[in-house]
Design a protein around this ligand. Structure first.
Ligand code: AMP
Length: 283
């Protein structure tokens, strides 16, 4: 695996490929787990020359503590990427990606998409995501982009970005299923901050989503959401940011469940001061 720490080095490596190649790109913030590696595997399986990036992007953190405590394990990450036959790792510094300091020079018109759920509770988060992903895509110029449905709203934001910037419109976005721990908890780099006891408790988040899916026809949606919130608090979560039962295409909350119309439940809650998110399609 070739490791590039600068934009220039990365572009040199990509340009040195003689034949026109199909490039698969997997952007990450590191502290890699099987969810990330499934994206690398999907890209490799499709025969792509596979580029991954590890960059903890400061402009997408609205919470200073979350940024400062974000887990970092570069050596282990490099070994995992080598094991999974990743071809190139782009590992830039903050100064490399933000020579003028970590700020976003323009605004992306995400409108409703950033006024709800993650956008509502993490102001500015998706602006930072759009900016860094746009920079990375312009550099790597991939044919295929691989992302995880664990970050469902983020996938919708990136789908918007690919349409918004004409230069990126040929990139095909592949959304891969959420990889889970044996107890159902969605794999996440932030899970590393949980004690063993809370790692076990955290499975309540997924169990609560399953509870909603299993009982969707039995109660009103409001009643179901209230029951779900109680379950999380009784399960040890300190705070619930949201539980939303929404249209899977628009993320607008639905008033009534119709099995013919794709719906999804999305949730974000805090355990041990760690913010966890998850979602589950309902149809
Ligand atoms: P992150 O490093 O958290 O920014 O995630 C990098 C990519 O990995 C994003 O596309 C995430 O959606 C994806 N990802 C994170 N966790 C999982 C998971 N448990 N299953 C599948 N994909 C994931």
């Amino acid at each position: 695996m070739i490791i590039c720490k600068t934009k220039q080095a990365l572009q040199k490596v990509l340009q040195s490929q003689n034949n026109p190649i199909s490039i698969g790109f997997v952007p990450t913030m590191g502290a890699l787990h099987n969810g990330h590696l499934a994206l690398i595997d999907a890209s490799k399986k499709a025969g792509n020359y596979t580029v991954s990036s590890i960059f903890v992007n400061p402009t997408q953190f609205n919470n200073k503590e979350d940024f400062e405590k974000y887990p970092i394990s570069i050596e282990a990450d490099i070994n995992l990427l080598i094991q999974h036959q990743c071809d190139v790792l782009f590992l830039p510094t903050v100064a490399e990606m933000y020579p003028d300091g970590p700020q976003i020079p323009h605004h992306y018109p995400l409108d409703y998409l950033e006024q709800i759920l993650e956008g509502e509770y993490r102001p500015g988060h998706f602006q930072g995501v759009c900016y860094i992903v746009e920079q990375l895509l312009k550099l790597v110029n991939p044919t295929h982009l691989y992302m995880g449905s664990k970050d469902y709203q983020q996938c919708m934001v990136i789908q918007f970005l690919l349409q918004y910037n004409q230069q990126l419109s040929n990139i095909q976005l592949h959304i891969e299923p959420t990889v889970r721990e044996a107890n159902g908890l969605a794999m996440s780099s932030r899970n590393r901050r949980l004690s063993i006891e809370n790692f076990n408790k955290a499975a309540t988040l997924f169990q609560t989503l399953v509870f909603i899916k299993q009982n969707i026809g039995q109660y009103s949606l409001d009643a179901l959401i209230n029951m779900a919130k109680t379950k999380l608090i009784e399960g040890g979560f300190e705070k619930v940011d949201y539980i939303s039962i929404a249209d899977a295409h628009t993320l607008k909350p639905i008033e009534q469940f119709n099995p013919q119309q794709p719906a999804i439940v999305l949730a974000a809650a805090f355990l041990q001061n760690v913010r966890l998110i998850d979602n589950l399609p309902l149809n």
